[in-house]
Design a protein around this ligand. Structure first.
Ligand SMILES: Cc1ncc(COP(=O)(O)O)c(C=O)c1O
Length: 303
């Protein structure tokens, strides 16, 4: 375990509302968002094994990439501070002036922030561009955008063993929202190790535009980690609400309605879209009566 970071075991909490009673679907929420005040949600699981590896050369900074509202840079900055490691956040596009709350927090945790143009940002995996970053910053541990790599998949495998089911007769469905798809690839890989025979179905809700993109992205990630024998799974691309970090009137009205009967914190970029999708799929009976859902609350920043 990385030193000085202690994570509490996430609870599973039932959600109650008229729709669920009427349709005979049960919906429980795995509260990963409550496992740590700063490394909450899927962040801890994605970062954990990367941090362990980086700690072997703790004198080098960790460099990673993200947009101006990146939950990943937010969490990485906090982890760096907790572990006493330097962090560098390479931010896509112009640096907001004054800094927005996410970047102001990252800076306050000690992260060095540098902004690059969107065209340079697209080169973030190219060897020549990384060379330029080394020329500016010297040696560093490189963590890809969103913290998504094979060690992140390894960490997210652990989410599979946190799933709790109430009703042995129900159809089981795990649902989560997807950006890079790494959390879902890790979950599927973890389920293939722990759930012999009775694996639940897994539904990913894409928070970004791109028909079929995440389905093939997750397949490639599973292949790369040697996982071929997975539970039934699919990604639903219909609930991006205009694209990444975009919203629309239907999502906004769902979120205000949701807040009238539940105090579960949802934000519009990630978990809001997950619950919006689930409620719509339940209402339209795509998710049938008799289903027990565990929805993974993957955190997110509430501004
Ligand atoms: C709050 C939250 N939920 C879900 C995701 C999506 O995770 P992934 O990129 O692994 O699909 C992210 C991004 O990491 C996130 O910040």
């Amino acid at each position: 375990m990385p030193v000085d970071i202690s994570i509490s075991k996430p609870s599973t909490e039932p959600l109650h509302c008229g729709l669920l009673e009427r349709t005979g679907v049960s919906l429980n929420v795995l509260r990963l968002d409550k496992c740590h005040p700063l490394l909450s949600g899927n962040k801890w699981y994605k970062l954990k094994y990367n941090l362990l590896e980086f700690q072997e050369q703790a004198e080098l900074p960790i460099l990673s990439f993200g947009g101006a509202y990146s939950n990943h840079l937010h969490a990485l900055a906090a982890a760096g501070k907790l572990l006493g490691m330097r962090t560098i956040g390479v931010v896509r596009g112009e640096m907001p002036e004054p800094l927005n709350p996410v970047l102001a927090f990252a800076k306050q945790q000690g992260m060095t922030l540098v902004s690059i143009s969107r065209s340079d940002y697209r080169r973030k995996q190219d060897a020549d561009f990384l060379q330029e970053l080394h020329a500016s910053f010297g040696d560093f541990h490189l963590l890809p955008e969103g913290g998504s790599n094979s060690l992140a998949i390894k960490g997210c495998e652990e989410i599979a063993s946190l799933l709790k089911w109430q009703d042995s007769a129900a159809n089981r469905l795990v649902a989560l929202c997807c950006g890079t798809g790494t959390t879902m690839a890790g979950l599927l890989s973890g389920l293939s190790k722990v759930e012999a025979g009775s694996a639940p179905e897994v539904l990913g809700v894409s928070v970004l535009r791109g028909d079929g993109y995440l389905q093939s992205e997750i397949s490639s990630q599973l292949q790369a980690c040697g996982c071929y024998d997975t539970a039934d799974w699919r990604v639903d691309d219909a609930y991006h609400c205009g694209g990444y970090a975009r919203s629309n009137p239907a999502l906004k009205s769902f979120l205000s309605e949701f807040a009238t009967f539940s105090d579960l914190p949802l934000e519009p970029v990630y978990t809001g879209k997950l619950f919006y999708a689930l409620f719509d799929l339940i209402e339209s009976k795509v998710i049938p009566s008799g289903t027990e859902i565990v929805a993974i609350h993957s955190g997110g920043i509430h501004n």
